[in-house]
Design a protein around this ligand. Structure first.
Ligand SMILES: Cc1cc2nc3c(=O)[nH]c(=O)nc-3n(C[C@H](O)[C@H](O)[C@H](O)COP(=O)(O)OP(=O)(O)OC[C@H]3O[C@@H](n4cnc5c(N)ncnc54)[C@H](O)[C@@H]3O)c2cc1C
Length: 303
């Protein structure tokens, strides 16, 4: 989206470069830490959060979560997050970012040293830099309520600008449904629209079921864990080679990449390895998976 106003938006198709004008009763600006680019009245103070990625085996803690208190702080920790695919994430930092936020924030050397030093304070065998197989950073969209860093809100807010653009910003990943509900309720109220009560809180996620039902889903266990009751659709028509891990360190199967194209809108290798799966978090694993991603795109005539 290039420009937003109370009655429409100007957008650019990033694949073709074509510009379009869209007319709408309401425009919602849900662009996270970049929300101020479209609505300058929105004031944010981004904070960079960096995670390191290590092989779980190098940490030696199995599936246990390890917490290390950050010295000279109250209630702040560096912690490990074991993942199902043999990786553990180690995070995270909270560094104020000045100026316009980068499109893709990069972890700094200071972040890496801080995370390793803090977690090593509670480990018997120190993690080394060479144990770090990947890393990533993101920007938290913290709301600057009164211009002072002491009052940065980690809750979300819905705001209507003087131009009439509705911005939803702040919050957490885990509060996305509440953020959507508050946005829709805000619009319905402000525009005197008629609508029933919001039902998002009652709607199960696609593929969700209780454990007993999940146990009887006829599909490989890995796919049931990732896709729930949708797993048979992922596995349908897939031969053994499509259901085998892509590489020793990459348990993702080509069937998952295939599904990402047919059902999840993936268009290219980057979508498959960096957006629909998290293979790209470890550059060496990404290299191992590029051929499988290209193969799937070729089979589906997407290249
Ligand atoms: C390192 C880190 C760790 C976190 N950990 C957690 C956690 O454990 N639990 C939790 O609940 N939350 C966590 N959060 C917070 C959570 O990630 C954010 O609150 C959440 O992503 C905000 O969602 P959003 O949709 O508002 O913004 P975003 O997720 O940033 O999405 C905004 C989207 O808008 C797009 N965009 C930007 N500008 C434009 C434009 N002009 N036109 C079109 N599109 C545009 C961007 O590309 C992006 O895809 C974490 C955040 C960080 C940075």
């Amino acid at each position: 989206m290039l420009q937003a106003s109370g009655d429409g938006a100007q957008v650019r198709d990033e694949l073709t470069g074509d510009l379009h004008t869209i007319r709408a009763k309401v425009v919602v600006n849900a662009t996270g830490v970049w929300a101020g680019d479209l609505v300058p009245e929105v004031r944010l103070r981004p904070s960079r959060g960096t995670h390191l990625v290590v092989r779980s085996a190098s940490l030696g803690a199995g599936n246990a979560v390890v917490n290390a208190a950050i010295p000279d702080t109250m209630g702040r920790f560096v912690f490990t997050l074991p993942q199902p695919d043999g990786l553990t994430y180690l995070g995270l930092t909270d560094e104020p970012v000045e100026g316009h936020p980068d499109d893709v924030p990069e972890p700094g050397n200071h972040d890496i040293d801080f995370l390793l030093d803090t977690i090593n304070s509670v480990l018997e065998h120190d993690l080394q830099r060479s144990d770090v197989v990947g890393m990533y950073a993101g920007l938290r969209p913290l709301i600057d309520a009164d211009g002072s860093s002491a009052d940065l809100s980690r809750r979300h807010a819905v705001l209507t600008s003087s131009e009439g653009v509705v911005t939803i910003v702040g919050g957490k990943l885990t509060t996305y449904r509440r953020m959507a509900q508050d946005t829709v309720d805000h619009i319905v109220r402000d525009h005197d629209l008629t609508a029933g009560p919001c039902v998002t809180a009652e709607l199960p996620l696609v593929g969700a079921a209780d454990r007993a039902n999940l146990r009887s889903v006829p599909a490989p266990a890995r796919l049931v864990r990732r896709y729930g009751t949708e797993a048979p659709i992922v596995a349908a028509g897939m031969g053994p080679e499509m259901l085998a891990p892509i590489a020793d360190t990459v348990p993702t199967t080509p069937a998952e990449l295939h599904f990402a194209v047919t059902h999840e809108g993936a268009l290219d290798v980057d979508d498959l390895l960096d957006r629909r799966t998290r293979i790209g978090l470890v550059p060496a694993d990404r290299d191992r998976a590029v051929a499988a991603a290209q193969d799937v795109l070729t089979r589906l005539h997407r290249t």
